[in-house]
Design a protein around this ligand. Structure first.
Ligand code: GLU
Length: 555
């Protein structure tokens, strides 16, 4: 028997149950009918845990790449490692994505079912497909069974101490050239085997990758006879990735750059299987500054790595997505300045502009972005989202809202829905404090004053103001009354006048307003005082003015 006949015999011996051919699957999964330039991307989670910021970030890049080109974004579950599988993890991850508006066109859906013509989309259901391609590789002399036990592999490792290239390759690959007779004997004896790639790689060989994000990368060609099917017939990541992304017609494999070193294996497999390789885009991990250096954002150390963190803290999903876009493309912020009111979804995302070395996570920046996003929401929307959040995470805020929904919305409406809305709220957890002075039960004033406002001036202002305040006044009347009050307290209503001649006055209209503001809210900085006063109503306003007066009289 010649070599190629031997390979056929071997393939039959190893895969007697496989009757389909690779041609069958090639026909079953034809080219997708998509417009020129449409990109097919995927999210390929291993169901081993929770959705982390890195997953979401990679997914966003994949999703946008597909959507902006009129392509397809699908979900494939990489569940071949049954030992690490966590029940319900896929559903949690996909529901998490859906919350952020990332929904797949095809593949595994949030309730665990599948849609689409290129499935199954769970790798554990694709065993026959992988075995068919494995059989074909064996027939063509590019794969062989390996009977090495763990002890034998350890032995090889130990003997390679002085070898610069370790692993199962070349002369170290003990089973690479086993005679067919010996293989038959081993199989008849019931010895377990894995299927290994017979790598054509040579020492000194090069592999060149044109990574969409990282550019041209040259690395050593793969020489390792890597395992492609484990002894239970389940494929390794390498083999499953190549078969699946070929048959599902992925055009762009967008994944974490921990996979970059394995790409030489993947390109070799694509070539040996006669497939066109997809484009690769390797995303660097999100980094964090620490002690003057940088480190990867960590699942163990950083609560903000869990996507659930943002939900608990009350960052709206739009803020998280907007922040992710600032991390993803450095020109996002310029775009935002030029397109103030456009939805973030209309930003022309570009995979090529992603950071090569890893974007830096900054919670303060997230808060700034989020303040901006929330400032543009209507009061009704802020109320609805924050109430949903409060029902889950803040019974105190929910209880305040429930006293009077309309009152709560009116508070949130102050300085909102105008050209220059205030930017005080970064997350729903901030609201309790933000509105606390609007409720007697949470009003805990600090009567500290600033600028020219002194306790003595406060007494004079508050004594007079309590007699003229009327919360039914319109804004103009309200302000006229405050201005009229100024000369009666030794102040001027005119700030410029005060600046020209500061020793002639005790203060100006700003100081008078501060005194009233502090008395009513216990803060020097608040949204529009007129609306606050009007919402509090005469009874509460008078009670608060009196309470502050008592305080200043005693100080
Ligand atoms: N299942 C792999 C992971 O979770 C996917 C990598 C890829 O996108 O190819 O890391």
């Amino acid at each position: 028997m010649n070599g190629s006949e031997n390979n056929k015999v071997l393939a039959e011996l190893l895969f007697p149950d496989i009757t389909e051919t690779v041609e069958y699957y090639e026909e079953l999964y034809p080219q997708r009918r998509l417009e020129q330039g449409a990109r097919v991307t995927r999210f390929a989670p291993s169901p081993t845990g929770f959705l982390h910021f890195g997953n979401l970030f990679t997914c966003l890049a994949s999703y946008k790449t597909a959507k902006e080109s009129g392509g397809v974004f699908y979900v494939r579950v990489e569940d071949t490692d049954q030992k690490r599988k966590v029940d319900g993890a896929v559903e949690i991850m996909l529901k998490g994505l859906e919350t952020f508006g990332i929904t797949a066109d095809e593949g595994v859906t949030g309730d665990g079912t599948e849609t689409g013509d290129y499935g199954p989309y769970y790798q554990t259901k694709r065993k026959q497909i992988y075995r068919t391609y494995a059989k074909s590789l064996t027939e063509r002399g590019f794969a062989y069974p390996c009977f090495c036990t763990q002890e034998e592999l350890d032995e090889i490792r130990a003997a390679q101490e002085n070898e610069s290239t370790k692993g199962y390759w070349g002369k170290w690959a003990r089973c690479r050239d086993l005679e067919i007779g010996e293989i038959k004997k081993n199989i008849a004896a019931g010895k377990k085997w894995t299927l290994r790639l017979k790598s054509p790689g040579k020492p000194g060989g090069k592999c060149v990758l044109g990574d969409v994000i990282k550019g041209k990368i040259e690395m050593p060609e793969n020489m390792q006879d890597i395992v492609i099917l484990k002894s239970d017939g389940i494929p390794t990541y390498h083999f499953a990735h190549v078969i699946d992304d070929h048959l599902m017609h992925t055009t762009h494999v967008i994944r974490g750059d921990e996979w970059l070193p394995s790409t030489s294996i993947h390109l070799q497999l694509f070539s040996l299987l006669g497939f066109k390789a997809p484009k690769y885009a390797h995303i660097a991990p999100i980094m964090k500054e620490e002690n003057g250096g940088k480190r990867k954002l960590s699942k163990r150390k950083d609560p903000e790595m869990a996507v659930s963190y943002y939900d608990k803290e009350g960052y709206p999903k739009d803020s998280v997505i907007e922040y992710m876009l600032t991390l993803a493309n450095s020109d996002f912020e310029d775009w935002r300045r030029a397109n103030k009111d456009a939805p973030a979804g209309s930003f022309p995302f570009n995979l090529k502009k992603m950071s090569v070395s890893g974007a830096l996570f900054d919670i303060i920046k997230l808060a700034d972005v989020s303040k901006n996003v929330i400032s543009k929401m209507s009061a009704g929307h802020v109320f609805e989202l924050s109430y949903n959040w409060a029902e889950k995470y803040s019974p105190q805020l929910a209880a305040l809202y429930e006293k009077d929904f309309q009152y709560a919305q009116a508070i949130l409406n102050i300085d909102r829905e105008n050209k220059n809305p205030r930017k005080d709220i970064a997350k729903w957890a901030d609201i309790k404090d933000y509105i606390s002075y609007m409720y007697d039960e949470t009003f805990a004033p600090s009567y500290e004053l600033c600028a020219n406002a002194t306790p003595e001036l406060a007494v004079s202002v508050l004594e007079k103001y309590k007699d003229i305040v009327d919360t039914a006044d319109d804004k103009e009347t309200w302000f006229e009354k405050i201005k009229d009050l100024c000369p009666k307290c030794g102040c001027t209503p005119n700030v410029k006048e005060f600046k020209k001649n500061p020793t002639a006055y005790k203060g100006h209209v700003g100081d008078v307003s501060t005194i009233i503001r502090v008395a009513l809210t216990g803060r020097t900085n608040t949204p529009d005082l007129y609306y606050i006063t009007a919402l509090l109503g005469n009874n509460r306003v008078l009670a608060r003015l009196k309470k502050a007066l008592e305080y200043y009289k005693c100080s």
